[in-house]
Design a binder for this molecule. Structure first.
Ligand SMILES: [Fe+2]
Length: 240
């Protein structure tokens, strides 16, 4: 009855393996992955292979779009262009072909998973929607529970039928008891929430809770590998 939901692994195999070990320790068998498996990190090919090997249902991220389609790269700022070209060089044709099959969103057990914003936006950030926007959007959501990623920050947005509330999430367990809830699960491979642990969440359908997990991993190993592969140094530095 528990499902691990994760996003934004970003080629950080060391962080991903640490998260998988944490998932195994809780005897969780179902995992959902919301895209951005590649980009920034040193092991994009191995990360995608691991996701496929484990049969983890996954959605498209903007970095998958970036490695797949030339026209999508314009969406990235110039500092990211070099990294995208390096990432493409590390990916096999088979992995690229598989990435092209990823859906924009998944609905499982009555909850929606999408990289950016519901129902199907890969590129819209949750922070682009203010409280007034959300007051219009939340009542129209088909699913009462939505998981997103993309910002690399943890956030909880609820609508109780009257009021929209939003706040940052920390290492905590949240009860899902509002009419509509959006949970931003943060990032496995490149957190930007002020804490350098890998992040993901565990949704317990029986108890109606979402637990935020912080997982320590060998940051130095990933930072070293980023530099060895010739990626910009700030990709490594921002992991700390
Ligand atoms: Fe991302």
């Amino acid at each position: 009855m528990k499902t691990a939901i994760l996003s934004d692994i970003h080629g950080n195999l060391t962080a991903f393996e640490a998260v998988l070990a944490d998932i195994r320790s809780q005897r969780i068998s179902t995992i959902l992955n919301m895209g951005d498996m590649v980009g920034y990190g040193p092991e994009p090919e191995k990360v995608v292979q691991r996701v496929r090997e484990l049969g983890i249902p996954s959605t498209m991220g903007n970095h998958e779009l970036g490695v797949l389609y030339e026209e999508e790269r314009r969406w990235f700022n110039p500092r990211l262009q070099k990294g995208i070209h390096l990432t493409v060089a590390l990916l096999s044709p088979e992995t690229l072909a598989w990435c092209a099959t990823l859906p924009a969103s998944l609905v499982l057990h009555g909850c929606r998973c999408v990289h950016g914003f519901p129902p199907d936006s890969v590129k819209t950030y949750l922070f682009q929607k203010d409280t007034d926007d959300l007051a219009l959007i939340m009542p129209q959501l088909t699913e009462s529970l939505v998981f997103v990623g993309h910002t690399h920050e943890l956030e909880l947005v609820t609508w109780d039928g009257f009021t929209v509330r939003r706040r940052r999430l920390g290492e905590e367990i949240v009860t899902i008891d509002r009419e509509r809830t959006i949970v931003n699960v943060g990032s496995v491979g490149q957190p930007r929430d002020g804490d350098n642990n890998a992040k993901y969440v565990v949704w317990d359908r029986e108890n109606g809770t979402v637990a935020v997990r912080y997982v320590a991993y060998d940051i130095q190993a990933t930072a070293d590998a980023i530099l060895e592969r010739g990626f910009p140094a700030y990709y490594a530095n921002r992991l700390w």
